[in-house]
Design a protein around this ligand. Structure first.
Ligand code: ADP
Ligand code: MG
Length: 335
């Protein structure tokens, strides 16, 4: 039996011993293939082979979650399993794409069966619901870091970029931004409130807006998912479009649980700069507004217009008719 030396202090990080590693992969990550999932060869060989249905383009996105940076230490494994896939699916949603396959690179400090089982439960519950097959990955020992790559498809030219917004388009957001960050902050603070469970769920189990994103593909002129904070991500979309915006902070859909928990002022700040929302922020030309209203009538999350695209660059927020400034708490890895 191949046997790797134990990790030496300050030494090189090593793979989990080979036999243990393949058992681990078989036990927790290998699932029977489903009919029609396009997987020609799944987990177990040097690489996976998939077949794209004719008449589609491949869409690929990767996102990493690291303990400490993206989620607090000792967060529930089930939530980490859910989130690592959800944040990637959110990127596909923002392109208007349909998800197909995922690969998973997992770095864990120890191969704890309970942790791995719960992680896999979180991952596969969402994967099943969204039609995603896990086709491969890598497993190493190291600090807790999870990287997922998702593969999806779009019809040629039926995708939505950040760059298509034009002056006069309405600016919209799905869901209730701000809830997730309130939930995240509450994980590491003592402060309790009646709404805390609902807010925590929004952080621990974000729902990727796949149906909404697909419905928006023929309607939105530009789209982005809100991961870093609504203000920051709106800035990215508008910069990519070569435009600016007039926005009304009074129109932000601050939910009742968020208002109850944080009060109006902090709630607004969370919604603007908190991040972790995984909602869709998008622009729609006036000519397609009625189509948007019809499509959104079938959604389970709210839809809110918060502003208008302008030719003049920069984001100008107003509240009660007056210019509105706020503290930017957007998390940045590199300052
Ligand atoms: P190699 O050394 O050739 O890269 P590995 O032993 O790392 O192969 O992986 C064996 C198989 O298990 C491959 O098909 C790989 O994609 C898959 N795999 C490894 N880790 C994971 C994981 N965390 N989730 C899903 N598949 C995995
Ligand atoms: Mg190999």
């Amino acid at each position: 039996m191949p046997d790797y030396p134990k990790r030496r202090r300050g030494g090189v990080r090593r793979k989990i011993p080979t036999t243990g590693e393949s058992e681990l992969i078989d036990r927790y990550f290998r699932r029977p293939s489903r009919a029609g999932d396009g997987v020609v060869l799944g987990i177990g060989d040097d690489a996976a082979i998939v077949r794209m249905a004719p008449g589609h383009d491949l869409v690929v996105a990767t996102d990493t979650l690291a303990e400490g940076a993206h989620f607090p230490k000792d967060m529930a494994a089930r939530s980490i399993g859910h989130r690592c896939l959800a944040v990637n699916l959110s990127d596909l949603a923002a392109m208007g794409a349909e998800p197909l396959w995922a690969s998973l690179a997992l770095s864990v400090t120890v191969a704890d069966p309970r942790w791995l089982r719960q992680f896999a439960q979180g991952f596969f519950a969402l994967a099943r619901r969204t039609g995603v097959s896990l086709i491969g990955g890598d497993t190493i020992r190291g600090p807790l870091v999870v990287t997922v790559t998702v593969h999806g498809r779009v019809r040629p030219r039926r995708y939505v970029t950040r760059g298509g917004a034009r002056p006069g388009d309405g600016i919209y957001v799905s869901g209730n931004p701000g809830e997730a960050v309130a939930g995240r902050l509450s994980l590491t603070s003592e402060r309790a409130s009646r709404s805390i469970g609902a807010l925590r769920r929004r952080f621990l189990y974000p729902e990727p807006r796949l149906g909404e994103g697909a419905a928006l593909a023929p309607i939105a002129s530009a789209m982005i998912d809100v991961s870093d904070g609504l203000h920051d991500d709106a800035g990215k979309l508008l910069a990519a479009s070569g435009c600016g915006a007039e926005l009304d902070a009074g129109l932000l859909p601050l939910s009742r649980p968020l208002l109850e928990h944080a009060g109006e002022r902090a709630a607004r700040e969370y919604a603007l700069t908190g991040g972790d929302d995984y909602e869709l922020l998008f622009t729609v030309p006036a000519s397609r507004e009625s189509r948007l209203r019809r499509a959104a009538g079938r959604w389970t999350c709210p839809l809110t217009r918060i502003g208008t695209v302008t030719a003049k660059p920069g984001l100008r927020w107003r509240l009660d008719g007056r210019p509105f400034t706020f503290r930017d708490r957007t998390y940045r890895h590199f300052r």
